[in-house]
Write a protein that binds this ligand. Sequence first.
Ligand SMILES: Nc1nc2c(c(=O)[nH]1)N[C@H]1C(S)=C(S)[C@@H](COP(=O)(O)O)O[C@H]1N2
Ligand SMILES: [Mo]
Length: 501
Amino acid sequence: MNTTLPASPRAWAAAGLIATLAGLAVGHLAAALTEPRSAPLSALSDAVIAVVPLEVSHWFIDLVGTADKPLLITGLGLGVAAAGAAIGALRRTRPWPARAAVVALAAVGAAAAATRPGLGAAAVVPSLLAGALAFAGLEWWARAGRDAESGTRRRFLLVAGGVGVAALVGSWWASRVGPAAIEADRDAVALPEADVPATEPGPVADFEVEGLSPYRVPNGDFYRIDTAITVPRIDVDSWRLRVHGMVDRERTYTFDDLLGRELIERDITLACVSNPVGGDLVGNARWLGVSLAELLAEAGPDPAADQLVSRSDDGWTAGSPSELVFDGRDAIIAVGMNGEPLPVDHGWPARLVIPGLYGYVSATKWLTELELTTFDAYDAYWITRGWSEPRPIKTASRIDTPRSRASGGTVAVAGVAWAQHRGISAVELRVDDGDWRPCELSDVATGDTWRQWRLEWDAEPGEHTLTVRATDGEGEVQTSEEQGVIPDGATGLHSVTVSVE
Ligand SMILES: Nc1nc2c(c(=O)[nH]1)N[C@H]1C(S)=C(S)[C@@H](COP(=O)(O)O)O[C@H]1N2
Ligand SMILES: [Mo]
């Protein structure tokens, strides 16, 4: 039995969809084998992030929080798939416009990839390959669909579907063990012991209350914030750190150069300027690395250079006040985090950590360049997008437990407070409209980390509001005035409503 009837528009749309998905999958495989950031959807998402107006991205991030990037890439994927289906339907009656649309789509992907900072002309290959495959698939279908027997159409489905699935499996494999996989390199690095170990905070750094953030957050739980859709995968052997700009002599360092220097270890709390009151975009870790100030000094910085611009492999930049880098604080080029080489998501193979500054003006991951310049001469990534020039981290405190309910009797109320570099000297808790009650504070070694606090509360049944506030190391009490995160960090007091049984 044969079906020589022309295929329905719906069948053409399905064919367009399948050819497009197969093309995308092959493009993805090509990228996974070479440079994951050049995958069509990754490159497109990156480009969208780069060009979308500020108001739109702020609105979107407000709406969906850290789900912004997965949602963006999924949305773009659905968009491209829908375009593929539409092109399939169009191809049925108007072959040339449909062909042109495939070419245009591939060109957009290629242009997005080639213009990503740090990627070159070769980055066009995955998108062009994806386009070529979708194009060929559709041509084949057109022949099969016009006058073919159902067997030919079935063959189309099998082949296109098979190519797509095989390419997806291949990319998954390539991302784990292929040439662009770097986990193995990272696993192979044995970090030397610190020459100058971190000062231990004391016997009670951790109150170990259920629900309370640990003093040091394990790498797997550490918050992650960056603009990278696909994180840079850096080959550590060819990685270089270049120091240039307003210096007497440019310098370049390899990863081994860093490991061969004096390694210091410090507990430092990172915080994101976009952390809302009570939010969790903050964490403390033990960093191992080299002194940023000492390394920069070797280049002979010009005293007039008031800004240190740090640049990431993917082109992201942060601008930090040179004055703070050189004022004796423990600014570090970190290669280790909590006893391991830096995780890929946290900047492998090297990143900056400068105590007392928000991440967007200091904590460059996948670090490749340090440039001494001035604030007049250059605005870093987030400065051009509405965030303020570097200002001190605002004193903040958070209630970790209880968050919503508790059983009556004695309840351990506990949380963390931070005001990096100034330190925390007191934390107080208020129950309903009562007096501020002083809390017990954990041991800390420096003012560069957060500090745990706790209070035993005799909880009466009913609904209660708990509010916390901290005082920094300079005696300044945290403000209750509410401000949003833009432009220089949120203020206000964290409160939770707890129902006590
Ligand atoms: N390359 C790069 N580094 C970056 C960023 C980025 O987008 N790209 N974001 C910064 C911001 S805003 C913060 S808060 C910290 C977060 O570091 P983490 O992801 O290790 O917690 O990294 C900083 N370093
Ligand atoms: Mo951030």
